[in-house]
Design a protein around this ligand. Structure first.
Ligand code: MSP
Length: 513
């Protein structure tokens, strides 16, 4: 029986256009999903849109449209981004859907019935931009409110609170006893540090006088739920009718780890007697040209143009290769162009073409059987075993950039192997051992490329499939039985030419690297 694997991304705020940060997270979750599917898991990949809240209400008002009409438009734009990136999500949840609202309301009612939600009055500092109450802990070292909070005002309001604080000892214990709960582990340490201070109870409502665009509390029609209680529940509501909980991985950015995902969510679930998710995979922050990726600068949206100019696969490769999961990374057009040219067009793309060329010229397009197996060939085969192990070990902890780094060591080794063997010289020789070497050289490179193409399918689904088809191979759906060094390429017909990653001189459309 295949094991299920339930993976989610954060649901994006419906108050602006998609940008690099949104795109990256979807690519990361998609690469993991595709890799897990090929590894034999029954994957369920969820992403979606966070559609309630003050900012959406305000923007819709400004544009004089109904908020539902507004979020419907935004949802189409976000879905178009998923399509352009070739994201293979199995479901898309929107928090305005009734399947979601019903679960949120049932959660609220259950907690209320158990006395875990109470009403209280509080005067507090409130940030309209972040839609959250602030405490003095949120001030900067000079005692001012950091810019991210925008205008901060004092407000007295009656609201509903969830008894978050009573779960603090349990949460600390849970994080300590489940080292995989927060990946990478240095983030778990930060959360434990945060938990050294006593937690406040969590305000989960907004009066309708201030916010109407939300899910109504089932026990008080004058209030709607507060953003996190609504948003976090999507992970559960989307699979409420499926036997998939607990989620295997929630992929999120570092800004929403603590407190939302590492504190509120597990405590909410604990109070509801539901298991917490197995892992929070926390990626870092993208900057663009060393500046914060921001809507106002437009820099983070610009980067998405590369999908159109260079294809989704090159973009997916760059993001996966450049960001060490957990660390921040910088996006630049130059960085993208350099990797496109060096890694994709030259190192991999030219290697494929060299092979097709030589097989076409010397073997009428059919890959020869290997015959000589000298030290050089053996070392390439051995390097594959090492590469395969490193690649899959890195994937097991979702360190995709490390996996790609090892894979490209192998791709470079194939290029070096060709340089050393110099098949163009061997082809001119009449000595029988040179003929054997030529057979093996091309057979080994074909086999190496088959293996590379196979493991790359989750990262660059179209280009990797194209690579395989051009060397006469079927495109596998699973890794099983595909990863050992073999002779399955022998006798396969290759195509005459294949430009996997066009550069300006060989592209009719003038694609520039
Ligand atoms: N709606 C909330 C999440 C609710 S999840 C129950 C939210 N939305 S968001 O649109 O602001 O961000 C969505 C995801 O994109 C988050 O995981 C966030 O970390 C990620 N990114 C947004 N900008 C980013 C970068 N510049 N770099 C990397 N990822 C960042 O938060």
């Amino acid at each position: 029986m295949t094991r299920p694997f339930y993976i989610t991304t954060a649901i994006d705020y419906a108050n602006g256009a998609p940008h690099l940060g949104h795109a990256y997270e979807k690519v990361l979750a998609d690469v993991i999903s595709r890799h897990q599917r090929m590894s034999g898991y029954q994957v369920h990949f969820l992403t979606g849109l966070d559609e309630h809240g003050q900012k959406v209400q305000q923007t819709a008002q400004k544009r004089e449209v109904n908020p539902q009409v507004f979020v419907d438009e935004i949802a189409e734009i976000f879905k178009a981004m998923l399509k352009s990136l070739n994201i293979s999500n199995d479901d898309y949840i929107r928090t305005t859907e009734s399947r979601h609202q019903l679960v949120v309301q049932s959660f609220l009612q259950k907690l209320y019935d158990q006395g875990l939600i109470y009403s209280g009055k509080k005067t507090d500092w409130y940030s309209t931009r972040q839609e959250q109450f602030l405490t003095d802990k949120d001030r900067d070292v000079d005692g001012n409110w950091p810019e991210i909070y925008g205008e901060v005002t004092q407000t007295t309001e009656e609201n509903y609170y969830f008894k978050l604080s009573q779960y603090q000892p349990w949460l600390i214990e849970h994080i300590k006893s489940h080292p995989d709960f927060i990946n990478p582990s240095f983030r778990a340490k930060q959360v434990l540090e945060f938990l050294k201070e006593p937690l406040n109870d969590l305000c989960i409502s907004r009066p309708k006088s201030r916010l109407t665009w939300g899910i109504e509390l089932p026990f008080d029609h004058n209030f709607v739920t507060y953003v996190w209680f609504d948003a976090l529940t999507n992970y559960y509501s989307a699979v409420a009718d499926k036997n998939l909980w607990p989620a295997d991985v929630h992929v999120i950015g570092k800004d929403i780890l603590s407190p939302p995902h590492a504190v509120y969510w597990p405590c909410m679930l604990k109070a509801l007697n539901i298991d917490p998710p197995k892992q929070l995979l926390v990626h870092g922050w993208w900057t663009v040209d060393s500046k914060k990726a921001s809507k106002s600068e437009g820099n983070a949206n610009d980067s998405l143009n590369l999908i159109q100019s260079h294809g989704a696969d090159a973009f997916r490769y760059y993001l996966s290769r450049e960001m060490v999961v957990g660390q921040d990374a910088d996006f630049s057009h130059k960085g993208f162009g350099d990797r496109y040219k060096a890694d994709l067009a030259n190192n991999l793309g030219n290697l494929v073409n060299r092979l097709l060329n030589m097989v076409g010229r010397n073997y009428a397009g059919s890959i020869p059987a290997p015959s000589a197996d000298e030290e050089l060939e053996k070392s390439l085969r051995d390097l594959w075993s090492v590469t395969q192990k490193k690649y899959f070990d890195s994937f097991a902890s979702y360190q995709i950039s490390h996996a790609l780094e090892s894979l490209w060591v192998f791709v470079s080794a194939m290029n070096a192997f060709i340089e050393t063997r110099a098949p163009w010289k061997l082809a001119k020789s009449t000595a029988p051992q040179d003929k054997a070497r030529l057979d093996s050289c091309l057979a080994y490179v074909a086999e190496g490329l088959r293996l590379v193409g196979t493991v790359l399918l989750p990262i660059m689904p179209e280009s990797a499939a194209k690579l395989l088809v051009n060397i006469g191979q079927p495109v596998p759906t699973h890794f099983e039985g595909q990863l050992n060094w073999s002779t399955v390429c022998t006798g396969r017909k290759v195509s005459e030419k294949c430009i996997l990653f066009p550069q300006n001189e060989d592209s009719a459309s003038g694609v520039k690297a």
